[in-house]
Write a protein that binds this ligand. Structure first.
Ligand SMILES: CC(C)(COP(=O)(O)OP(=O)(O)OC[C@H]1O[C@@H](n2cnc3c(N)ncnc32)[C@H](O)[C@@H]1OP(=O)(O)O)[C@@H](O)C(=O)NCCC(=O)NCCS
Length: 274
């Protein structure tokens, strides 16, 4: 890890809290009122002591930190930069846990073990993971980069990068691929002025959905084509890289919008009491 001065590290931590907590008002407030921040700084000292084999001093300091902040981090745990524990109270991080950069935990999170055997027995959280309040992640599992764990979930299996998991036991509710698809849909909806997949989510039109899927597919092919052209050009081939003509679907958009409005009105007119 890149060596940084204490001042720079402190500034970086304060900035990351500002970025992630809209309730934060000033650096002084963060320094004095964020137990998560205090626990991380005490952990950095206890971890140094632990690595130098001053094990008892390290444990004493981490126990003091637990008493003062309500956050229990074993001095052996390895934690990256800009780690943020919001609210703090009730967080437990085990000895062999590993945490990447820009990870956020809320209160009541446990990164625990399920075995009494020595060795790696706690989870590894990669960069940008968010773990909701009260969630428990148990065992030497990998939680992939950018994954999100819903509050009060119990995670007992590894989580793929970018996925969102919830429940007991935690299951994937949103995969990275679905999220990317959703982004593309929103982008298309903005571009064409409507959501071709379902103008009314309660009453989707299968024709609009099919056309939406085709537009989505074409959009992907367009993007892939320009990547290929760009790569060929870089290899010295003479390929013309020009914007493809815009798809003009205005007539379809208007007709679909009208149909969706009439479906919605029909739906609102329906009186189940009759
Ligand atoms: C998991 C989480 C990150 C998902 O957020 P999101 O991407 O906005 O996803 P959504 O809210 O659209 O939820 C997706 C689905 O998961 C369900 N879900 C979300 N959080 C859940 C949870 N903790 N437990 C069970 N199901 C949950 C939703 O009901 C939804 O189900 P549906 O598709 O059947 O309607 C978020 O819900 C969460 O728990 N964040 C932690 C926040 C927290 O702890 N805050 C504490 C502040 S003090």
């Amino acid at each position: 890890m890149q060596q940084m001065g204490i001042r720079a590290r402190l500034k970086e931590d304060i900035a990351s809290i500002y970025h992630r907590d809209p309730a934060a008002n000033s650096a002084f407030e963060i320094l004095t009122n964020y137990p998560g921040m205090q626990a991380i700084w005490l952990h950095r000292i206890s971890h140094k002591l632990w690595c130098r084999n001053w094990r008892l001093s390290a444990r004493l300091l981490s126990t003091f930190s637990r008493w003062a902040t309500g956050v229990e981090i074993h001095p052996g745990a390895r934690i990256g930069r800009r780690f943020f524990i919001d609210h703090g109270m009730g967080v437990v991080i085990g000895e062999t846990a590993e945490i990447g950069d820009d990870v956020t935990l809320y209160h009541g999170v446990t990164l625990g073990g399920t075995s009494w055997n020595a060795g790696k027995r706690h989870p590894t959280l990669h960069n940008n993971v968010v773990v909701g309040a009260g969630a428990k992640i148990l065992g030497p599992l990998e939680i992939g980069e950018g994954a999100r764990v819903g509050s009060n979930s119990v995670v007992v299996k590894p989580v793929e990068p970018g996925n969102t998991v919830t429940g007991i036991p935690a299951r994937t509710v949103i995969s990275k691929a679905e999220r990317e698809k959703e982004h593309r849909r929103t982008h298309l909806a903005k571009k064409y002025g409507f959501d071709a997949y379902a103008v009314s989510p309660d009453n989707p039109d299968p024709v609009a959905s099919a056309i939406g899927s085709m537009l989505d597919h074409m959009h992907l092919i367009d993007a892939r084509m320009s990547e290929i052209c760009q790569a060929l050009k870089e290899q010295g081939c003479s390929v013309e890289i020009s914007q493809l003509p815009e798809l003009n679907v205005t007539a379809f958009v208007d007709a679909e919008q009208e149909a969706a409005d009439s479906r919605r009105k029909e739906h609102e007119r329906f009186d189940p009491g009759i």
